[in-house]
Structure formats: structure tokens, C-alpha cells
Design a protein around this ligand. Structure first.
Ligand SMILES: Cc1ncc(COP(=O)(O)O)c(C=O)c1O
Length: 416
């Protein structure tokens, strides 16, 4: 691609492609090889020593994965990215590159289940203390900051609490205290929100969701804005990475120190599928948003539905932040309540078109009862704290004809 500044929708189709070096192929070839051959020992040594950029071994770097890194970097407006084997690997790597034993971080408490468990249990085992705060309560973040706080983490739209923190204000608080803000932007995708434009420093995604978009490829990515300068007094172990990689110091640390040694490498086939998925991101997201708004309206007005939680609704506590932060919708996920768990189970049993499964961001409309599935092993107090109640169903609205989605919900509600 030339250096011309293309619009977002064009970048979703052309970003990261390099047909000239792929025999004219318009799709990234799947470089399905564990390692790459070098003609001379000198050449291999130069790549290992970082004198020449090249591909050595799939766990380190892979050309198909690099195409995906380049595309998502362009969509988020960062300086670079590291693709990982899952969204959870991206969340882990993004923070473990910053934190060490004895450090603290602050996280909004509105989190995807495994992210919560990673912070509450796994980080704790390694001596990292995660202070959880109400995701949207900015004053709580300020109160929890100590000299040991090295990172702040939030989901741009909390899954499944459906709350939206003010990224701009949170970034300001973080920066006043020389702390980077890490944002999980899985739910809106860069089509609906660019956290870097609001001051966030690092973005992570589960590419498994809307980016790949078809429920076919697991993956994750860490994207760096290149804007945080990692002051030596607070982040002394960044010094050598700053010398080596300049504005890409953080990414170099994520890649060199964590990614290649933990072995969180992505399968090139999954990167290939994700690239094809992103080709249609803009049109899919537009349709997801049109559909979710219509389904939410139907649900709000249905007499058997007790409540609906969608951040764009006027009744949502996040409404004002959504209005300020998003211009074309905030996400295609919402939750709603029936009388109790039994009614939820009946509703799900009655569905004919919509799938009951543990994923989101697919073209197909999906539902799940989180209380009895993803969160079933959590004690009740924790489930309550995370707003996971027995009456709650989560809906990931797909891109089918909205009339068919509504008809399926209607007949399933009628039967309970
Ligand atoms: C917001 C969010 N972040 C991270 C993840 C983890 O992603 P993955 O399943 O690709 O590891 C998920 C999964 O649902 C998610 O919803």
C-alpha cells in the first residue's frame, strides 16, 4: 500500500496487504512453517542479533501474523502490535510486560470472566496486587493509586455489565500519576471506538470476537500507541527496551520478554481467517448496530421482559458517556432480565434460530445465561459483585434479518 491516508473502511480491506512480495496474492499467504531456512550462518546470526529483520521461527514471528499486526495497527492508529494465540494471552502479555512482583495495578471490576480470574487469582500468585474499582467511578481509581501502581486496566464496554468508563478522563488521571492506561477494546472494535484518540496508551483485543467475526478463529492482539514514555524512576526495566526500540519500547518488551518466552504465538491460519473477517468489519458492525438497536427497542417494550441493560439507552447510567464517546453506536451486546433462572432456561430452550453458546461477536445471534454457565463456579457474593444475577440473559446480536431475530425472541417469550 502507498503512504496515502486511506479511510477506515478502506484500511479494513487493504491494510497490511503486501501483494508485491506475495506473487501478487491479494490475500496473505498462510506461511505454515515452524521455521525459516537461511543460506548462511552469517545471515541467521544477523537476524538473531537484530541487525537484519527477518523470520526465524513461528513462535517468534510469522509473515501471516505480521500482516494481521499491520492491519490492526492501522485500524487502531498505533505504532505496532503483537498478535497472540487468544484474547486472554493478549490481556496477560499486555500487563505482565509492565508489572512485577510487589507491584500493584487498578482494574475496573466490570470484566470478562477469565480476565477477572487472571487478575484475582493468577496475578496474586506472582505477588501482583490488583485493586478492583467500580469501572465508571473515576474517584475510586484516584483513591487507589499508590506509588506501587504501575497500570490501569478497563474494558471500553464491560462484558457483561454493559457499563462504559470515560476513557478520556481516566487517561488524564493515569497520566497525572505517570501510569499507562490499558483498554480492552474487544466489544466496540476500532470501528466504533479508537481508545488512542481519547488518550489510552495500550489497546488489547480478543480478535476471536467481532474482528474475525465468524466464530472460526481464536486470537488476540496487543496494540501500542507509542505515546507513553515509561519514566525510568518508575519503570527502570524499560530502559534497555527504550534504547533498543525507541517509541516501540513497550512492544519490544511485550514481544522479546514475554510473548516469545511464554509461547503465546498465534497460528498463521487463524491470522489468515481473521484478516478475511476484518475485510467486512465495517459493514458487519454497521449491521450489528442497526440490529441491536431494533432488538433492544422490541425487548424494552415487551411485557414479559423485566429490564434491559444496553449502554445507549437513556436509562443506562452510562448513557452520557456513550453520547460523548461514541458517534455510531457502542456495541452489539446487551443483557435483559426475566423473572428468574427457570424462565431464562425456558426462554433459551424455546429459541429456534438463535444459538445458545459461550461466545460473542459472531455473525449469528447468540445468547447465554452467564450465571449458570461461565460464572457457575463463582461464589454467589462474587457473582453479585460482578452483576451476574440468575435472571440475566446476555445477547450478542448478529447480522441476520432483524425481522427473523425479533420473531424468534417473540415466540420464545410467548411460550414462557
Ligand atoms: C472483553 C473480552 N476480553 C477478552 C476475552 C478473551 O478472549 P479469548 O476468548 O479470545 O481468549 C473475551 C472473551 O469473551 C472478552 O469478551
Amino acid at each position: 500500500m502507498s503512504d496515502k491516508k486511506y479511510k477506515f473502511d478502506t484500511l479494513t480491506v487493504h491494510g497490511g496487504l503486501n501483494p508485491e512480495s506475495w506473487y501478487g496474492s491479494t490475500l496473505p499467504p498462510i506461511f505454515q512453517t515452524a521455521s525459516h531456512r537461511f543460506s548462511t550462518a552469517e545471515q541467521l546470526s544477523d537476524v538473531f542479533a537484530g541487525k537484519v529483520r527477518g523470520f526465524i521461527y513461528q513462535r517468534l514471528r510469522n509473515p501471516t501474523n505480521e500482516a494481521l499486526e499491520n492491519r490492526i495497527t492501522q485500524l487502531e492508529g498505533g505504532v505496532g502490535a503483537v498478535v497472540t494465540s487468544s484474547g486472554m494471552a493478549a490481556v496477560h502479555n499486555s500487563l505482565i510486560a509492565i508489572l512485577q512482583s510487589g507491584d500493584e495495578m487498578i482494574s475496573g471490576n466490570s470484566l470478562f470472566m477469565s480476565t477477572y480470574l487472571l487478575f484475582a487469582n493468577v496475578f496474586k500468585k506472582f505477588g501482583i496486587k490488583v485493586n478492583f474499582v467500580e469501572s465508571t467511578a473515576l474517584e475510586e481509581y484516584e483513591k487507589k493509586i499508590t506509588p506501587k501502581t504501575k497500570a490501569i486496566f478497563v474494558e471500553s464496554v464491560g462484558n457483561p455489565k454493559m457499563d462504559v468508563p470515560d476513557i478520556e478522563k481516566l487517561a488524564a488521571i493515569a497520566h497525572q500519576n505517570n501510569i499507562p492506561l490499558v483498554v480492552d477494546n474487544t466489544m466496540p472494535t476500532p470501528y466504533l471506538l479508537n481508545p488512542f484518540k481519547l488518550g489510552a496508551d495500550i489497546v488489547v483485543h480478543s480478535t476471536t470476537k467481532y474482528l474475525s467475526g465468524h466464530g472460526d478463529a481464536l486470537g488476540g492482539i496487543v496494540v501500542d500507541s507509542g505515546n507513553f514514555d515509561w519514566p525510568n524512576e518508575k519503570y527502570p526495566d524499560f530502559e534497555m527496551f527504550k534504547e533498543r526500540a525507541g517509541e516501540k519500547a513497550y512492544l519490544d518488551k511485550v514481544w522479546r520478554e514475554i510473548h516469545i518466552n511464554v509461547g503465546t504465538s498465534q497460528s498463521p491460519f487463524h491470522s489468515y481467517l481473521t484478516m478475511i473477517g476484518i475485510d467486512t468489519l465495517a459493514v458487519r458492525m454497521k449491521r450489528h448496530i442497526e440490529n441491536v438497536e431494533k432488538l433492544v427497542e422490541f425487548m424494552v417494550n415487551h411485557r414479559k421482559v423485566k429490564w434491559v441493560n444496553y449502554p445507549s439507552l437513556k436509562e443506562s447510567p452510562s448513557y452520557e458517556t456513550v453520547k460523548k464517546q461514541f458517534s455510531r453506536g457502542c456495541c452489539a451486546l446487551f443483557t435483559f432480565g426475566l423473572s428468574n433462572q427457570e424462565e431464562c432456561f425456558n426462554f433459551i430452550r424455546n429459541l429456534q434460530l438463535v444459538y445458545n453458546l459461550a461466545n460473542l461477536g459472531d455473525c449469528k445471534t447468540l445468547v447465554i445465561h452467564p450465571y449458570s454457565s461461565q460464572y457457575v463456579s463463582f461464589d454467589i457474593a462474587t457473582r453479585t459483585k460482578l452483576s451476574i444475577t440468575p435472571d440475566l440473559i446476555r445477547v450478542s446480536v448478529g447480522i441476520e434479518a432483524i425481522e427473523d431475530i425479533i420473531a424468534d425472541f417473540e415466540q420464545a417469550l410467548d411460550k414462557i
